[in-house]
Ligand binder design. Structure first.
Ligand SMILES: *[C@@H]1O[C@H](CO)[C@@H](O)[C@H](O)[C@H]1NC(C)=O
Ligand SMILES: *[C@@H]1O[C@H](CO)[C@@H](O)[C@H](O)[C@H]1NC(C)=O
Length: 388
């Protein structure tokens, strides 16, 4: 009797223990592919990383003429980060905190030596950066001087007319000329011709003059923001949005960096800064481990198209999509380090997509990365922008 009971307790315990081990193993390894496991190991060798994200969901910038959501839009704060957008950015911050926490200083406090956060000039990107940081860098419980789990982390916003990094609106006369020529290229004319009927229907339903892929992109943005606000968009959109409008909006975004010159002007300044940060870190000239850039869908598209990696991600990034560029100690390259790039499709994306860097082996060394990106480096923006 006694023996049987002991045996039973023993078997139950063994069973319980096996189950625990199994569950633990499942938690650690279960959902992960080999690629994820490699990634997890590599995080231990991470030295520095740079993150570029699109702001979270926003309220529409403006209604189209026949928009029956006029009142809702006016009652919101047009163009600003919405409440759900703020939560998206907080969630993204919390998600990435777990991946990058090993880089944080032991005391958990912000220091300008260790992290820099830059934003475009707009309310929604600044608010996105702040929401992100609330999830990304809360203070440690035992050293927090405030009654809420939050610490101030400065966000530098760049004036629009000087911003060649994030919104990339700094004036460039030569770019404007090339842009105009690209909008009138044979390919785009052919697209406009093919889309004539669509433009007509969209114009009729919106009360706007929709006559180019640029106009379609405006409409795509408005409908996207209205949907994200959980407002009901009208039935007529069903046949066109997003099935017909999205490919045209994506084509417009890609056109902004169509030629090598356009890639350099739009994507070059940020890529130049990112490379400089990584080189300084590698050469131990800087302790900067984290750089964050809070931007727009065009920020991501311009940078990714300039690097020729756009076709591995999304042609029109979702709210809170993010691109991470990481610098790792290398097992493969002597006296050099590895550059790795990951893409988060949205704020729920637990397993980011590993991006293949064109013309570079995997792992891609920092030295090789610099060579591949050499044509994008910008040292004298104004000179490049002079017209003939
Ligand atoms: C719509 O805009 C295009 C391009 O700006 C212009 O050529 C066309 O005349 C406009 N159509 C109407 C009906 O206003
Ligand atoms: C993406 O485009 C590059 C050229 O820029 C090409 O070499 C590559 O095969 C494409 N990748 C995919 C996934 O289509």
């Amino acid at each position: 009797m006694d023996f049987n009971r002991k045996a039973m307790i023993f078997s139950v315990s063994v069973l319980g223990l096996s189950l625990t081990i199994f569950l633990f193993a499942y938690m650690v390894f279960g959902d992960n592919t080999d690629e994820d496991l490699r990634t997890l190991r590599q995080v231990n060798m991470l030295l520095c990383y740079q993150l570029i994200f699109r702001h979270g969901a926003k309220y529409p910038d403006r209604a189209y003429r026949k928009d029956y959501l006029h009142q809702e839009i006016q009652a919101s704060d047009p163009g600003s980060l919405s409440l759900s957008g703020s939560l998206q950015m907080y969630n993204l911050g919390e998600l990435l905190r777990h991946r990058y926490i090993k880089l944080f200083p032991n005391n958990g406090f912000y220091s300008k030596k260790f992290i820099q956060v830059k934003s475009s000039w707009m309310d929604r990107t600044i608010a996105s950066a702040l929401s992100f940081l609330a999830g990304f860098m809360p203070p440690l419980q035992n050293t927090n001087p405030l009654p809420i789990p939050w610490q101030p982390v400065p966000v530098v916003s760049i004036a629009r007319d000087r911003d060649d990094l994030i919104a990339q609106k700094r004036a460039c006369a030569r770019y404007d000329e090339v842009y105009k020529a690209q909008m009138n290229s044979e390919e785009i004319k052919a697209i406009d011709e093919r889309s004539k009927n669509l433009y007509k229907i969209l114009s009729k339903n919106t009360g706007e003059n929709i006559s180019s892929i640029r106009d379609v992109e405006f409409l795509q943005n408005t409908l996207e923001a209205e949907e994200a606000a959980s407002w009901e968009i009208p039935d007529w959109t069903e046949d066109f949005y997003p099935s017909k409008t999205l490919p045209l909006a994506e084509r417009y975004l890609r056109l902004l960096t169509e030629t090598p010159f356009m890639k350099r002007i739009k994507g070059g300044p940020l890529i130049t800064e990112i490379i400089e940060t990584m080189v300084a870190r590698k050469n131990q000239l800087s302790e900067k481990a984290i750089s964050i850039y809070s931007g727009h869908d065009v920020t991501l598209v311009n940078v990714m198209n300039a690097m020729h990696i756009l076709n591995q991600t999304s042609g029109k990034p979702d709210f809170a999509a993010a691109l991470a560029i990481e610098l790792h100690l290398s097992l493969d390259h002597k006296n050099d380090m590895d550059v790795k790039i990951y893409y988060y499709f949205n704020s729920e994306d637990k397993y980011p997509k590993s991006i293949k860097i064109p013309s570079c082996d995997s792992p891609c060394s920092l030295d090789r990365f610099r060579k591949v990106m050499n044509g994008l480096i910008v040292n004298d923006f104004e000179k490049l922008c002079e017209t003939a």
